[in-house]
Design a protein around this ligand. Structure first.
Ligand SMILES: [Zn+2]
Length: 133
């Protein structure tokens, strides 16, 4: 496919692009919740949309439904500090993620969870980041 066709396709199908973006977010952490390490079933806005948080890779982390629902509209870092499963390495990872340093975030998550699996090849490709409208 010609590169121009791909761009054209994406413009035609923003939903498709959004789905791809969501998938790439989950792939960064090997489909595990950034807060507790359980399977991620949703995307959480670290700074809630109600507080002006954007749907960008930097502000969107993979989260399980339990964490996402419990956190609700709270600031993620404040909320996370109060959780039983709080892990300072994960807190650092969340902070790195917010700063757009996904490479560091993933390294910290790997440190927090030795069983952590992710495809670094995909991650390298996705690092430029998709942004949702
Ligand atoms: Zn969770």
């Amino acid at each position: 496919m010609h590169i121009n066709d791909a761009v054209f396709l994406e413009d035609l199908c923003p939903k498709f692009r959004f789905r791809q973006w969501r998938k790439s977010i989950h792939r960064f952490t090997g489909k595990s919740c950034i807060y507790c390490g359980k399977p991620s079933e949703s995307i959480d806005h670290v700074l809630p949309r109600s507080q002006g948080g954007l749907s960008t890779t930097e502000n969107c982390v993979p989260a399980c439904l339990s964490c996402n629902g419990d956190k609700s509209d709270e600031n993620a870092l404040y909320w996370y500090r109060r959780q039983k499963f709080y892990d300072p390495r994960r807190a650092m990872a969340i902070r790195a993620w917010l700063e757009g340093d996904l490479r560091l975030a993933i390294r910290l998550l790997q440190w927090a969870n030795p069983n952590f699996k992710t495809s670094n090849k995909n991650y390298e490709q996705d690092e430029s980041g998709y942004k949702a409208a």
